[in-house]
Design a protein around this ligand. Structure first.
Ligand code: ADQ
Length: 414
């Protein structure tokens, strides 16, 4: 039935991502690099494309240059069959104001929906790591006959204040009875008191119902700017919102391990943990599922190369991901993810770390439990993540869990 409906997809990609600073100092959160060769937005876009949805707009706003460039260079669909991924910046179409929230971004972009005249609009966030076949969700939405469907996954109760929390109807467990955006005190699930059912920030709407909701006067909530804070609660209050639990999703090539995987990488710690997931021997999230590929930029780069150094030291690379263009010479790399064109020199150690593109780690330097943004240079013998007081004194961010983050292009001296 999905095939007979015309589907239009909107990717909300204007968020600021304050909690990922300094990684978002210069780029929107969806443009933050992930797993060496990807950007966060590649996961949402790959899921949409693999689901067969090929009319996609990406609504951008905050520091959108890097994101626009990535979308326009990487996500070029054929011009045939009216397929596209178009990056659309905030344009002040409704007066002199930028988007004041995710629903306002849709309101200000209604011309895009009206031009395409879809039956159904799929709205997804741009900053999560997961695999999802949206066809299953759209089918469940159509079968339900409701105006809106919210994708959901169980999460630990202590994270409730970061998510929209869903209570299901007692008589009809496909219907949402209550939706609280980021509650301080959430009630646990009856069968799992330490978990809640969280909104994944992905929605399916009947086109007319979505247009009515974002153009409405927001009477109930005094605002209609935010999807999770205003629009979804409005549908729920009218008894017109259903749920799609990710556990009902079947992605081709998925295993039992990664079928129910979804990571909100909104904080430095969760961003780091998602990388740790990838480098384990049997990762929960499998980047190598060729039946549901995660697409990204095609780097025009040579392969990664590992050589002994001038003194004949072999070095060692284990439990790590090393991207194209990298050159590792007699260095020790363990439990780390290296972006493209990393250069790690003789006697250097990179352990439990994430390096973005074009990072240089000089001879005998040490990098431990650190995230180094693009083009960071760690000079000969310098250390990061070893003395946190010194890291802070040098202006680096150190999280409560002891991760050091060095911003783009910084030169780290001894
Ligand atoms: P948050 O992610 O905190 O919670 P929000 O900041 O509105 O909500 O971001 C949602 C998406 O919209 C992100 O992809 C963001 O980039 C984008 N966005 C935000 N402001 C925007 C703007 N002005 N223009 C364009 N895009 C914008 C949401 C839901 C919760 C749900 C979590 C799941 O509100 O209910 O649980 O996502 O992570």
């Amino acid at each position: 039935m999905v095939a007979t409906k015309k589907i239009f997809a909107i990717v909300l990609a204007g968020g600021e991502g304050k909690r990922l600073m300094p990684l978002t100092a210069d780029r929107a959160k969806p443009a933050v690099p992930f797993a060496g060769q990807y950007r966060l937005i590649d996961f949402a876009l790959s899921n949409l494309i693999n689901s067969g949805f090929t009319q996609i707009v990406v609504l951008t706003q905050y520091k959108s240059h890097s994101l626009d460039r990535h979308v326009s260079q990487t996500w070029r669909l054929s011009g045939l069959l009216n397929s596209y991924v178009a990056s659309v910046p905030a344009q002040q179409r409704l007066g002199k104001r930028w988007f004041s929230g995710s629903a306002d971004a849709i309101l200000q972009s209604l011309n895009l929906i009206r031009d395409e005249k879809p039956d159904i609009v799929v709205v997804v966030g741009a900053d999560h790591v997961y695999r999802m076949d949206f066809r299953d969700m759209v089918q469940a939405h159509i079968d339900s006959g409701r105006g809106a469907t919210v994708a959901a996954i169980r999460q630990p109760i202590e994270l409730s204040d970061q998510f929209g929390v869903i209570q299901l109807d007692k008589d009809d467990p496909t219907k949402i009875a209550e939706f609280l955006e980021k509650p301080i005190n959430a009630e646990g699930l009856a069968d799992a008191p330490h978990e809640v059912l969280a909104s994944m920030g992905n929605y399916v709407f009947n086109t007319d119902a979505l247009i009515d909701a974002v153009t409405g006067d927001g009477e109930r909530t005094n605002s209609n700017h935010d999807m999770g804070g205003d629009i979804v609660p409005d549908f729920v209050s009218r008894g017109d919102a259903g749920v799609f639990d990710l556990k009902n999703n079947k992605v081709p090539g998925s295993t039992d391990r990664d079928r129910y995987y979804w990571r909100d990488v909104g904080t430095i710690d969760s961003f780091f943990e998602a990388h740790q997931d990838l480098i384990s021997t049997l990762p929960i999230f499998n980047l190598y599922n060729s039946e549901w590929p995660i697409f990204s930029q095609q780097l025009n780069s040579p392969p990664a190369k590992f050589v002994r150094d001038g003194k004949g030291n072999l070095g060692r690379v284990v439990d790590s991901i090393v991207s194209l263009g990298s050159l590792i010479s007699g260095a020790h790399i363990e439990r780390s993810v290296l972006g493209a064109w990393a250069n790690v020199e003789s006697g250097a150690q990179v352990v439990d770390s994430v390096l973005f593109d074009r990072v240089v780690v000089g001879p005998d330097a040490t990098v431990k439990r650190a995230i180094l943004d693009k083009e960071v240079i760690v000079e000969d013998g310098a250390a990061i993540g070893v003395d946190h007081d010194r890291d802070r004194a040098r202006g680096f961010t150190v999280t409560d869990s002891g991760l050091t983050v060095v911003g783009k292009g910084v030169r780290v001296t001894r």
